[in-house]
Write a new protein. Sequence first.
Length: 201
Amino acid sequence: MIQKPISAIRMKIMFFILILPIIIFGELLRLLHRVGPYSLHNSNLDPKRGFIRTSDGKTICVNYTDKSDQVVIVIHGYMSSSRRSYMKYADFLSKNNIDIVAMDFRNHGLSSLSLPISAGYYERFDVIATLKWAKSKWDKVHIIASSMGAYSVVYALADQSESQLPTSIILESFGTDLKVGTRNTLVEFYKFPVLIASLIT
């Protein structure tokens, strides 16, 4: 039996029936995951909350302490928030007299909603804004970033002058989603069509 090739119309129908609901469901889950107002006062620390404006006009929420001359910016991954980052590192850093800045990426926590999540490509603006702000307040600025946060740091620091670089960087779980990061780079930076970038990666 010879099979007929699938027509372009049938392909589009299959896309809308099979793929589009999955994409919509994923976006709904991501939006529902956004954390509402929360408190970080679970220890002796008294964190402050502020908001930083990025170069592309988004508002980024930062939770921080400011009692020493050095700070660690903790940058979370996809589907996380500054609250989790803060809780993970705050006690250890404060015991060692190091301040913490835990930031919420756009589309996470209390920061601006800005679709789509780009696995670091647009989130780099959040890192750059937070880093510039931190360098204006502390003598030594360190970064700990995980997963999508690590991608964002790499994208962000690629174009920064030496004076804007942090003192040290730790990238945790970098490369766990290399396919998505590469696809988004091809689409956003090199202007590949999404379908071709998806096929390449």
